[in-house]
Design a protein around this ligand. Structure first.
Ligand code: FYN
Ligand code: ADP
Length: 594
């Protein structure tokens, strides 16, 4: 682009003036310019961001083309929510903010669910949305896709910014990156009005306006007295327990976390996305004695886990309240998390890597292991549960039930511990969580803090794109419905994703009947004997209809070996499964009936 008058324009003027202009032009070197599109792309690339998950349309279509032309990977989805979920999962896996790019108003709103979910789960992502003209939006004059997106996004994310001038793009992206990854990670919204993209500025000045963020997630070293307080408490414990959350998985302090667990000899419980930080088969894992350890422990060390609903808020029967209060040590980067549900005796505030390293250093070389009656009692209960489970998994009923199908998947994951595992549903989620062991950190992606349905295909795409590893996505038939159309995306990019739909004909079960006498079916049932495998075939992938464990095993092994997009329609007994899975107590009607 040039800011100098062209020969054609000059010719239309008075010849003498035209000649004069031409002489000046000949002597003035053409100024190289850049524009808003390129400044956004350059700012992202400068900060090591190489992938955009999004959905093109006005006003960001050209941005997706140009980003691709400039060497970025652009993964286009069929719905923005899944692009947003992919960005969030990429953020969790890489510690870099995942980028989701959407059009204005409806596209933005579709992406917003994922942004809010990322924030809730402490995953770093940036939702970048094009927007309509400020002047028209602010006077509410009815622009194309008019919406005050910034105001709407603000309460649902960690930070929200708008850039109006090309020279501020560098600052806008830098602020968004820092907000997403520093402290407690989360979602950030960046509003880019359509006009910004075509604004031009001199290229050198544009380049100089960009910021390479230095130390975007600074380490936060815990105070020495906080570390000592925590160690003193842990030392005096008779029945200590370590609880690992997905914050611990995010922190990528794998070796030190393992060292802390092993050096202390303390039994540990992984929250679902912390599974694999240490292999689930580790002798100190108390996962198979969960209820027992939560009730009996006297001192609990929380590492990147919140005492929210998933942990019964740290109180009540789950925690054996009748046996006396527990004492908590909590490692977290967010000081305001402390005392959010129950009193925390020993908060250790800092990043998990630094906190765990400090605890390890403070433990010295002769740390006494927990009393044998505690570890022995756990081992006993664990053994009982494990052998009960082994018996259940050995059965081969026809049709398959959750256990027999998951036994096959468990074995495949054991053989390929490097594979990514995505999991959503109600019963499908709950059973898979305890049946499918994970062996490596950050391999399991699931419904997380909100228990949200619809993350499946977005997470699966991100898992494949970010890691290049085979992805096994185990989906309830209801859960799959939220993002099912993205199988086209999986085929389009030829991703090594094997989706297994646990098809029991409905939400929870397929047996509900409408007792009202009206012709509609009950609200929780689907078309019976649906063939989800045909969906994958429609786009050139492999579809398999599996009615037995052997068929499932063969199809899954082939899919993982070949890396071809595959969908296995796993037919599950429609009477299997319970309403709301293992969280029945949260379902008001069912809870009342009990
Ligand atoms: C666990 N268990 C095992 C094993 N692992 N037994 C044998 N072998 C193995 N490997 C036992 C464990 O000790 C528990 O038994 C039981 O299995 C269940 O373990 P889990 O899944 O860890 O524990 P629980 O109580 O179900 O977990 C609570 C929870 C979890 C809230 C953390 O339910 C959860 O993450 N829920 C999310 C649900 C959700 O989001 N749903 C989507 C909404 S769907 P006991 O020790 O005997 O108790 C809308 O309806
Ligand atoms: P889970 O659902 O597995 O229990 P949560 O999402 O509830 O896990 O908790 C994760 C916690 O980890 C959050 O409180 C968050 O502030 C914290 N966290 C995330 N990343 C880090 C980090 N790098 N260092 C310290 N704490 C972290």
């Amino acid at each position: 682009m040039s800011s100098v008058t062209t020969d054609k324009q000059a010719a239309a003027l008075d010849p003498a003036i035209a000649r004069a202009i031409k002489n000046i032009a000949d002597e003035t070197p053409e100024q190289e310019t850049t524009d808003g599109f390129h400044l956004v792309i350059d700012a992202l690339k400068l900060n090591g961001i190489d992938t955009i998950f999004g959905l093109p349309g006005i006003p960001i279509t050209d941005l997706t083309r140009m980003a691709q032309a400039e060497g970025m990977r652009v993964i286009s989805f069929r719905h923005e929510q899944h692009a947003g979920n992919a960005a969030a999962a990429a953020g969790f896996l890489t510690q870099k903010p995942g980028i989701c790019l959407t059009v204005s108003a409806p596209g933005f709103l579709n992406g917003l669910t994922a942004l809010a979910n990322a924030t809730t789960n402490c995953f770093p992502m940036i939702l970048i949305s094009g927007s309509s003209e400020r002047e028209i939006v602010d006077l509410q004059q009815g622009d194309y896709e008019e919406m005050d997106q910034l105001a709407i996004a603000k309460p649902l994310c960690k930070a929200a910014f708008r850039v109006l001038h090309a020279q501020d793009i560098g600052v806008g992206i830098a602020r968004a990156i820092r907000a997403a990854v520093s402290g407690r990670p989360g979602g950030v919204y960046l509003d880019l009005p359509a006009k910004l993209f075509s604004q031009t500025m001199e290229a050198a000045a544009g380049k100089a306006s960009l910021i390479k963020v230095v130390d975007p997630a600074p380490r936060q070293i815990p105070a020495a007295d906080a570390v000592k307080r925590a160690l003193d408490l842990l030392k005096g414990a008779k029945r200590p327990l370590i609880l690992l959350g997905k914050g611990a998985a995010y922190a990528q302090a794998d070796a030190d976390i393992r060292a802390l667990v092993e050096k202390s000899g303390i039994p540990y419980l992984p929250m679902s996305m912390a599974k694999g930080l240490l292999p689930d088969t580790h002798e100190q894992s108390a996962a198979a004695a969960r209820s027992y350890v939560l009730q009996e422990a006297d001192v609990v060390l929380l590492v990147g886990a919140r005492l929210n609903w998933l942990l019964s808020h740290g109180k009540g029967k789950t925690w054996g309240a009748e046996k006396g209060a527990k004492k908590f040590i909590q490692i977290d980067i967010a000081p305001t998390e402390i005392d959010s549900n129950v009193a925390i005796e020993a908060p250790v505030i800092g990043d998990i890597g630094s906190c765990v390293a400090a605890l390890l250093a403070g433990m010295g070389s002769n740390w006494a292991k927990p009393p044998a009656d505690w570890t022995g009692g756990i081992a006993e209960r664990k053994e009982k549960n494990l052998s009960k489970m082994a018996q259940t998994l050995a059965a081969r009923p026809s049709p398959m039930n959750f256990h027999s199908a998951l036994a096959v998947i468990r074995e495949q994951v054991r053989q390929r511990p490097d594979a990514m595992f995505v999991n959503e549903g109600a019963n499908t989620l709950d059973f898979a969580r305890s049946i499918v062991d994970m062996y490596e950190p950050r391999k399991r992606l699931d419904v997380g803090t909100w228990g949200i349905m619809g993350i499946g295909m977005g997470f699966a795409v991100a898992a494949a794109v970010v890691t290049g590893k085979p992805v096994i996505a185990v989906e309830g038939d209801s859960a799959f419905g939220f993002s099912g159309m993205e199988v086209e995306t999986i085929c389009r990019y030829n991703l090594p994703v094997c989706v297994i739909v646990f098809n029991n004909n409905g939400v929870y079960r397929g047996t509900d009947v409408n007792s009202s006498g009206t012709p509609d079916v009950a609200p929780t049932v689907f078309v019976k004997n649906a063939r989800y495998d045909k969906l994958m075939e429609a786009f050139g992938g492999v579809g398999v209809h599996a009615t037995t464990a052997d068929e499932l095993q063969k199809a899954l092994a082939e899919a993982v070996a070949s890396g071809r997009p595959t969908l296995i329609n796993a037919v599950i007994d429609e009477t299997a499964g319970t309403e709301s899975g293992r969280i029945t107590s949260l379902n008001p009607a069912t809870a009342k009936k009990k």
